[in-house]
Ligand binder design. Structure first.
Ligand code: TRP
Length: 435
């Protein structure tokens, strides 16, 4: 059986933080080691442009995220690891999908709708400050997924709608162009993946500015962990493990046994300072070896650049370029010479070559018909008194066929009865195909 294709995109709009590590990088790297899946990991830098319009930040983020994934154990020899903007087939497919995507569906995309709702609340024009890029975001994402016929896309709940849209666009394309061009992807919803709390206890997120960078230098990591918001319980006072950001952060890195020990320490009234020190040490134990690799990688951007380019080149050769070739052909973006030849070849049996009956009137005032195939006359009738009589005789020929003994029609020069019957059969078949 062909391996399941699992595809993940990471928008290159920030610095990887502990929440990204626990929620995405760590589980994805573990999954990439399974041998029953073919994994695709890519840096979604076209998507980043929708949000970030500072070139240096886009570049820096792309470098940091690539280095982070590599440092955390992603092996470019066993997975596809690439940068979206190195695959020109992605924007090309985006356009093909744009032309089948319903605008009404895009109107209902959460991110776009949220922007419109904000504008309405503020009494602004619906689309104020909304770029066409934001509006088209789901189509670009569908191209990322459909180009490689991904079967599963691990995503958070907020992205599920985008996967459904990718299915919709893929299905429309398949239907419209009559083929199984695209596999229809499924969202792999990460229910049990921890959302990590940030410094202020809310979900760790760039948008709340409460993140702990994954590869903050040791001292900075310590400082940040000591700045986690806690309540004012004094040392010796029992502390609540449930709902404590500190406890949850610890749990995301600790073994079952370590978590139990920390739960007991909370109940026993561990001082916040001691709990923070324990948390710092636990996180640093896991992150320090990765940080070392990360720093080595970040110091060699040319190496990462080369790896990404090589990944993209291989992937284009293997999948993207041939797939786009098929799709271009499907929609009619074709070699003109080949297209002409194909059209001629197909037209022949279809209609141009079909024999036809031609009716006419001669100078003698009588009505005649002949059966012609191109410039060959197959049958020639004698004269009839009226066009209606001639028509009736044609009808009878079509219906009942031709007998060589029929006196009112004669075979044309060099034509035999078999050729006439074949001609009449072909005409009948074409008639039936139309009905
Ligand atoms: N939109 C995704 C996010 O913000 C990133 C992304 C871009 C993506 N293209 C993708 C994820 C394709 C999965 C598949 O998280």
């Amino acid at each position: 059986m062909a391996p399941t294709r699992v595809l993940t995109g990471i928008t290159t709009s920030g610095t990887p933080h502990l929440g990204n590590y626990v929620g995405a990088i760590r589980p994805a790297v573990a999954a990439s080691r399974r041998d029953d899946v073919e994994s695709f990991y890519f840096l979604a830098d076209y998507h980043a442009l929708i949000k970030v319009q500072e070139p240096a930040r886009v570049q820096r983020s792309t470098l940091e995220i690539a280095a982070a994934w590599l440092a955390c154990g992603l092996e470019p020899d066993t997975v596809w690891f690439y940068r979206q903007s190195d695959i020109p087939e992605i924007p090309e497919l985006t356009w093909l999908l744009t032309c089948v995507a319903g605008k009404g569906i895009l109107n209902r995309a959460h991110a776009y709708k949220a922007a419109v709702d904000r504008n309405r609340a503020e009494g602004e024009d619906d689309d104020a400050g909304v770029s066409a890029g934001l509006f088209m975001y789901p189509v670009l994402m569908a191209a990322d997924i459909l180009l490689f016929n991904a079967n599963q896309v691990p995503v958070g709940r907020d992205q599920v709608q985008h996967i459904e849209m990718a299915r919709d666009f893929g299905q429309r394309f398949n239907h419209l162009y009559g083929g199984d061009f695209f596999a229809l992807p499924e969202a792999l919803i990460e229910e049990q993946v921890a959302t990590l709390p940030g410094l202020d206890g809310r979900k760790m997120s760039k948008s709340y500015d409460n993140t702990i960078p994954l590869f903050a230098p040791r001292e900075q990591l310590r400082k940040l962990i000591f700045s986690i918001v806690t309540d004012s319980r004094a040392p010796g006072e029992p502390k609540q493990a449930e709902g404590s950001a500190l406890f949850q952060l610890h749990q995301a890195f600790a073994s079952e046994a370590e978590t139990q020990a920390m739960r007991r320490a909370f109940a026993d009234g561990i001082a916040w300072g001691d709990a923070k020190q324990a948390l710092f040490e636990r996180i640093d134990a896991e992150v320090a070896p990765l940080r070392e690799k990360y720093e080595a990688l970040i110091a060699q951007p040319a190496l990462i650049e080369r790896q990404l380019r090589e990944g993209a080149a291989k992937l284009r050769e293997r999948y993207a370029t041939p797939t786009l070739g098929t799709l271009r052909e499907a929609v009619g973006l074709r070699d003109l010479a080949q297209g002409q030849a194909a059209a001629r070849g197909r037209a022949k049996p279809a209609q141009a070559a079909l024999p036809v009956f031609k009716q006419y009137r001669e100078a003698d005032g009588r009505f005649y018909f002949k059966l012609v195939d191109g410039d060959r006359v197959l049958l020639q009738s004698t004269g009839f008194a009226s066009p209606k009589d001639a028509g009736a005789r044609i009808g009878a020929l079509k219906r009942d066929g031709f007998a060589a003994a029929d006196a009112d029609v004669a075979l044309g020069d060099g034509v035999d009865a078999v050729a006439v019957r074949e001609a009449l059969d072909a005409m009948r078949a074409a008639e039936e195909a139309k009905a």
